[in-house]
Write a protein that binds this ligand. Sequence first.
Ligand SMILES: Cc1cc2nc3c(=O)[nH]c(=O)nc-3n(C[C@H](O)[C@H](O)[C@H](O)COP(=O)(O)OP(=O)(O)OC[C@H]3O[C@@H](n4cnc5c(N)ncnc54)[C@H](O)[C@@H]3O)c2cc1C
Length: 64
Amino acid sequence: MIRESIPRVNGYQRDAYTYYPVVIVGAGASGIAMACQLKQQLGFDQFRIFDRQAGVGGTWWINR
Ligand SMILES: Cc1cc2nc3c(=O)[nH]c(=O)nc-3n(C[C@H](O)[C@H](O)[C@H](O)COP(=O)(O)OP(=O)(O)OC[C@H]3O[C@@H](n4cnc5c(N)ncnc54)[C@H](O)[C@@H]3O)c2cc1C
């Protein structure tokens, strides 16, 4: 199941869990692939992709 919001951490309750937000640096093919794998393999959507360029695609965006 893909979570659409930041999950609550329930402290000491029985259903407590820890989550680890992820920062992906670079929105090239590698960064996009990482985000896809996080979602598809782990159902994890607590990440942000940062890039110094104004668009998505890395080398492909720069050489568009
Ligand atoms: C002219 C050219 C043609 C190519 N043609 C092909 C092709 O036809 N087929 C093919 O399979 N491959 C091709 N490649 C190779 C392919 O583009 C690369 O292998 C692929 O883009 C690499 O992806 P990447 O995400 O690892 O890196 P990149 O695409 O380089 O993405 C890295 C991103 O990280 C960002 N970044 C880096 N450091 C920071 C930082 N400190 N803070 C914020 N952002 C940061 C950069 O701005 C960039 O957007 C080509 C490459 C070039 C240069």
